[in-house]
Design a protein around this ligand. Structure first.
Ligand SMILES: [Cu+2]
Length: 482
């Protein structure tokens, strides 16, 4: 296997033996109370992962440098490779003036190391250090990102460059490909706008009993620049391929707020995994769709020699950088773009049509919106309530199967995420499905989706919309697993 990661680097890890590091051992506690560098830790030895949070200047396009916060001086941060089931020592340094949370998205880990304030996870103090051990699982494409609440501050949280791929290597790697490429998309230079995203394919019909809006829509977020792997297309190195190769792409939507589409002209894209988990029915598509924080594993047969833009079908965003060049050996010239056919993304294409087992309990989750009015923020509700830390978490029992029945009574698409668990899509827009395992699902406007999960780990578990502005203004809730 020729593994050339476009951003491969210095963090290939040495895996320590398990001596002194039990799988579940949390090696540091009370860190929130520690002021800074001198954190005493029982986790001895060299770290397997080091992330240093700090300012980054990144050249993202010709004559265009951005100033942001990132991991280890680059955007995205380094690709972190971990081995499934093997404990790893993690060192987190924070060179900024504000405390940070580093969230291991898609991993089933204890609350202390999950990196979410609502779960009372360990914090990385301002100008401080945090060390702990975690055991990575399940295998597949995960990622790490800031989990602070930026609210109206567009220089914090997921609006910054604090994100990076985590690949949890499976115990058995099928390896049926010639190259493995990691692609992470990102938007930069966010600004407040009143313009709503015009294109939202797959929206449903508003329910007849929906009350009439009394206020106009509040702030939305727009962006000036777009990148894949930190570069506008044509500026960074292309993905270099040879005719006849099978290329496995791991793709991450690293956006704070945007749901995106991607197409590679002249090629069909076989989706083999979603959110890092293999799908039961790998299906061919022309256009990929990724809600905020979703990942896709995609196999492409390179059988159309040329120089192509693997990019967004949205002309404005592609003009502003959202894409990467795919260049066949021996081919050169201007990268080509061809508008892909229209396609409605359908999760059930990748599942089986069997009916999932009945859950022990169904938990209705109705998403609502309270328009903020011009120059204000919209607020978001689950079952009629905005998140409040005063609300007691909903209790769940470890080992029971729960069904979250999402009903989106808003016209926005919500990429909703459950921490510390993997869920199974069991019904999409009224159609039963099974076998698609995810940790984020994009619930389009006025649509219903059911997901089932069986909590394996006790403790607080956060559920939220991954659209940062939605999460910050009410769209989250806590479970507590006993
Ligand atoms: Cu949302």
């Amino acid at each position: 296997m020729d593994s050339r990661d476009p951003f491969s680097f210095s963090t290939r890890r040495r895996f320590l033996g398990a001596a002194g590091v039990s799988a579940s051992a949390l090696l540091l506690s009370n860190c929130q109370k520690q002021a800074a560098e001198s954190v005493a830790s029982e986790a001895k030895g060299a770290p397997d992962v080091t992330l240093r949070i700090g300012p980054v200047l990144a050249d993202i396009a010709q004559d265009h440098t951005i100033s942001t916060i990132g991991y280890n001086g680059s955007v995205p941060g380094p690709l972190t490779r971990l081995k499934e089931g093997v404990p790893a020592i993690v060192d987190l340094f924070n060179d900024t003036d504000t405390p940070e949370y580093v969230h291991w998205h898609g991993m089933i880990v204890p609350t202390d190391v999950d990196g979410a304030e609502e779960e009372q996870s360990l914090v990385v103090p301002a100008h401080g250090h945090l060390r702990y051990s975690l055991t990575a699982r399940p295998a597949g494409a995960r990622f790490v990102h800031s989990h602070v609440m930026p609210m109206s501050d567009l220089n914090r949280g997921t609006y910054t460059g604090q994100f990076g791929f985590v690949y949890v290597e499976p115990k058995n790697n099928p390896g049926a490909y010639d190259q493995e490429i990691f692609l992470a998309s990102k938007e930069w230079e966010p600004f407040f706008t009143t313009a709503e995203d015009e294109e939202d394919s797959g929206i449903g019909t508003p329910p007849p009993d929906l009350p009439k809006e009394t206020k106009p829509n509040g702030w939305e977020i727009g962006y000036q620049r777009f990148t894949i792997n930190g570069k506008a297309w044509g500026y960074g190195e292309p993905v270099r391929v040879k005719q006849g190769q099978r290329v496995l792409f791991h793709i991450l939507n690293g956006s704070a707020t945007e749901n995106i589409k991607l197409a590679l002209p002249g090629h069909r894209l076989q989706v083999v995994g979603m959110d890092g988990n293999p799908v039961p029915h790998p299906a061919m598509v022309d256009v990929l769709e990724l809600g905020t924080a979703e990942r896709l594993d995609v196999v492409v047969e390179m059988n159309n020699p040329g120089v192509w833009i693997f990019g967004t079908p949205k002309d404005d965003d592609r003009r502003d950088g959202l894409g990467i060049v795919v260049e066949y050996a021996g081919k050169n010239g201007k990268p080509q773009w061809i508008k892909p056919p229209k396609q409605v993304w359908d999760y059930t294409m990748f599942g089986t049509d069997s009916t999932a087992p009945m859950p022990d309990e169904v938990i209705p989750m109705v998403f609502g919106k309270i328009n903020g009015g011009t120059g204000q923020f919209n607020h978001w509700t689950i079952n009629g309530r905005e998140y409040s830390e005063k609300d007691p978490p909903r209790m769940l029992q470890k080992g029971k199967r729960y069904r979250l029945a999402f009903e989106n009574r808003t016209d926005d698409a919500h990429p909703v995420h459950l921490h510390r668990n993997t869920f199974e899509l069991t019904n999409v827009h009224g159609k039963p499905t099974a076998g698609v395992m995810k940790d984020v699902v994009l619930v389009k406007g006025y649509r219903k989706i059911n997901v089932d999960f069986t909590p394996e780990l006790t403790g607080l578990t956060l559920f939220h919309c991954h659209q940062q502005l939605h999460m910050d203004y009410g769209f989250k809730t806590l479970f507590n697993v006993m």
